[in-house]
Design a protein around this ligand. Structure first.
Ligand code: COA
Length: 425
């Protein structure tokens, strides 16, 4: 049995943020029914396509373990089908633009009327306030949630990060809200609204920067490189390059091969408790007792020189050699692993964090499996559904439609052409 077995999710999500949430719930065992517009479906099916006519990797990697029903919810028959799905599902998840669900005739009041036990979970770009009506994508959230202003180098522009903290990050937040609401429902018997705004999700992940904003009012941020360089602070938390956020000075340093390999680098942290070991490893034992280097506070103004010296050592070794040597001394470090290296890493395949999935029209492809491991509910990754692949199955098995019902809905245009009929033609 899977952790969420028996939980039915009406998945009205699209693009990235919502689908990451429902994919997680599917991996935990929920029955996720993805509702898509006939013809086109989730817009990502066709975005960044690498094989003509085949669902994109963007789509397949965000929609594993789901069933797909095509439904035009603006068609009266389609609306009826949606109402029936609302009545029998435990959770409805959506990430439409603000107001879209209401315009479709599915206000929270109406949804509760149909099913008082249902949990309605929504992702929006912003919470209530001046921007609540805005449409939002990943990088908008990174910029408005504090990530971009604090990422990058001081003398460069704000930077977005490749980690999709706005979309996938908020999807994770929403998933937690949903399972929490399901838990509360076991006591109250009632559903509730769960909302996660992308701005809030990003800000939550940037918590340490709001910490520093307040520390700044009391004086310079001494662990930031710019302190050691004598550059004064302004009134907002600056971009900190590769400084670590935890107060232990850290930098990304070149390793052997950096001239030709863009990823021949390692993250090196000069953690105070292992300073003496660092001095030995890099061939500077004298620094252990030298008052200019022995104590963390004395080192702060000299971080550039210290890291340049360490880099002279890291440049003589590959990033993997550096990692092996440092870990012998419990000195934390992190080689910069490329996507290629991660895709080929056997241990990630062994744990199911990287999985190979077979798809009927695409063939085999790699994806990221469930990063959250439950010992009693392991996640088996199954391929994403073709558009409308399960329409008939859902009408018949989930909603109990008869042949006549199915014919009526199909002829109304509400579900598009059923896969069995398309195949027969
Ligand atoms: N049947 C009929 N109509 C459907 C439908 C279906 N199955 N599915 C969607 N629609 C309609 C919606 O009702 C809406 O119609 P309306 O504008 O006439 O009311 C329309 O399709 C478009 O929906 P919308 O959400 O506005 O899509 P968009 O492509 O214009 O905007 C986003 C995309 C992501 C910007 C927007 O959905 C958004 O801001 N979402 C919230 C934040 C978010 O999750 N962003 C990150 C996405 S990764």
């Amino acid at each position: 049995m899977k952790a969420l077995e028996g939980v039915k999710i009406l998945d009205f999500t699209h693009v990235q943020s919502g689908p990451t949430c429902t994919q997680l719930l599917a991996w935990f065992g929920a029955d996720v029914i993805k509702v898509e517009r006939p013809g086109e479906g989730d817009i990502t099916r066709g975005q960044l396509r690498d094989i003509p006519g085949v669902d994109s990797l963007y789509f397949t990697m965000l929609n594993h373990n789901k069933r797909s029903i095509t439904l035009d919810t603006k068609n009266p028959e389609g609306k009826k089908v949606l109402e029936q799905l609302v009545k029998i599902c435990d959770v409805m998840v959506e990430n439409f633009a603000p107001g879209a669900l209401d315009r479709m005739g599915f206000s929270w009041a109406r949804i509760q009327e149909l099913n008082p036990r249902i949990i309605l979970a929504s992702i929006k770009g912003f919470g209530p306030g001046p921007y609540e009506d805005c449409k939002v994508y990943e990088n908008v959230a990174q910029c408005t949630g504090g990530a971009a202003s604090t990422t990058g180098f001081r003398d460069g522009p704000p930077l977005v990060t490749g980690a999709q903290i706005g979309d996938s990050g908020t999807g994770l937040h929403l998933a937690l809200g949903i399972v929490t609401a399901l838990f509360q429902r076991t006591n109250t018997g009632r559903g509730q609204r769960v909302t996660a705004a992308m701005q809030d999700g990003v800000l939550n992940l940037c918590r340490v920067k709001l910490r520093d904003q307040q520390r700044l009012a009391r004086g310079p941020l001494t662990e930031y490189s710019q302190y050691g360089e004598g550059v004064p602070f302004g009134d907002a938390v600056p971009r900190a390059g590769n400084d670590s956020g935890g107060g232990q000075p850290g930098r990304i340093l070149k390793c052997k091969g950096w001239e030709t390999d863009p990823n021949a680098y390692i993250y090196f942290i000069t953690q105070a408790p292992v300073w003496e070991k660092i001095c030995d490893v890099i061939g500077k034992p004298g620094w252990k007792t030298d008052p200019e280097y022995a104590k963390p506070a004395a080192r702060l103004p000299k971080l550039n020189h210290i890291f340049e010296t360490i880099e002279e050592w890291t440049k003589t070794k590959t990033k993997f050699e550096v990692m092996e040597i440092l870990n012998n001394y419990d000195i934390p470090c992190g080689p910069i692993l490329s996507m290629k290296e991660l895709a080929e890493e056997p241990s990630l395949r062994d744990t199911g964090t990287i999985v190979e999935v077979d798809h009927p029209t695409r063939g085999k492809y790699l994806s990221v499996g469930n990063p959250i491991k439950l010992s009693d509910s392991p996640a088996d990754v199954t391929r994403s559904p073709l558009l409308g692949e399960h329409t008939e199955e859902i009408l018949r098995q989930v909603l109990g439609y008869s042949d006549a019902d199915v014919r009526r809905v199909e002829s109304s245009g509400a579900v598009g052409q059923l896969a069995s009929h398309a195949a027969a033609q």
